[in-house]
Design a binder for this molecule. Structure first.
Ligand code: HEC
Ligand code: HEC
Length: 199
């Protein structure tokens, strides 16, 4: 038995050390990712997605998909291969807490993109993107609907194309594949630019 006050202090110290450790772990483990995604999760290469402010559960889900091979990419798959479940959670937490800093401006306001994003197109069975990805493109972290705002348009366009040709099938119930199948090339290009400028 130890003295009550001493016990309490010991517990406090251990808790503090553990929480500091967890924070440092996430940041340390994320350092290797920073080479492509930016140390603070804001990537500077338009083909490499930004992760700053992305939903933690969505990040974990994608890392699991790269690790299992259900989502494949030459650069990214090897990066996920050696991550444990704990690594994924700590790294995802770190990136989710960073602020997205890179906001883009679209040269011309895209009426077509705005209409689809905010209202969908009933006649073609396209739901409003906003209903899942949010009015400001911040996504819905609890539902694992990813944030799209501040994302590189090149990356976004590539993802919409890969849902459309079904090379990306990480979406449950074909949520994104069925939508992308109804979008034209032009709409995909415009939507990708449009969401990059949301904030
Ligand atoms: C050599 C460059 C490189 C490194 C290092 C790298 N990534 Fe990636 N990452 C990419 C590329 C490229 C993509 C897009 C791949 C695709 O199209 O599927 C990507 C995609 C992702 C995605 C999916 C994002 C989304 O919006 O769906 C996540 C999550 C991710 N990386 C996390 C990480 C983590 C965590 C690390 C460190 C353990 C890491 N990456 C290291 C290049 C890299
Ligand atoms: C019913 C909900 C829903 C609607 C509506 C929806 N999405 Fe999604 N979207 C999702 C989910 C869920 C994912 C993640 C699926 C996965 O893990 O691959 C996703 C993923 C994406 C991604 C990949 C993001 C990344 O970081 O890799 C893009 C881009 C995207 N959606 C764009 C759109 C656009 C544009 C529209 C409107 C035309 C739209 N979405 C409508 C649910 C939705």
């Amino acid at each position: 038995m130890c003295h009550r006050i001493f016990c309490q202090q010991l517990l406090l110290t251990v808790t503090l050390l553990l929480s500091l450790g967890a924070f440092a772990n996430g940041e340390q483990k994320a350092a290797v990712c920073g080479a492509c995604h930016g140390v603070d999760g804001n990537s500077i290469n338009p083909a490499w997605p930004s992760l700053a402010g992305q939903g933690a559960d969505y990040i974990v889900k994608q890392l699991q998909a790269y690790k299992s091979g259900s989502r494949q990419n030459g650069l990214m798959s090897p990066m996920a291969a050696n991550l444990s479940d704990i690594d994924m959670i700590e790294i995802a937490d770190y990136f989710a807490k960073q602020s997205p800093k890179i906001y883009f401006t679209s040269d011309e306001e895209s009426v077509v993109a705005e209409k689809i994003y905010r209202g969908g197109d009933k006649s073609r069975g396209i739901p409003a993107c906003m209903s899942c990805h949010g009015p400001n493109g911040a996504g819905n972290p609890a539902a694992k609907y990813p944030a799209l705002r501040g994302q590189h348009a090149d990356y976004t366009e590539g993802q919409l194309l890969s849902y459309r040709d079904r090379t990306r099938d990480t979406d449950q119930q074909m949520m994104m594949r069925s939508i992308a199948a109804k979008l034209s090339d032009e709409e995909i290009t415009q939507l990708s630019k449009y969401v990059s400028a949301l904030h």
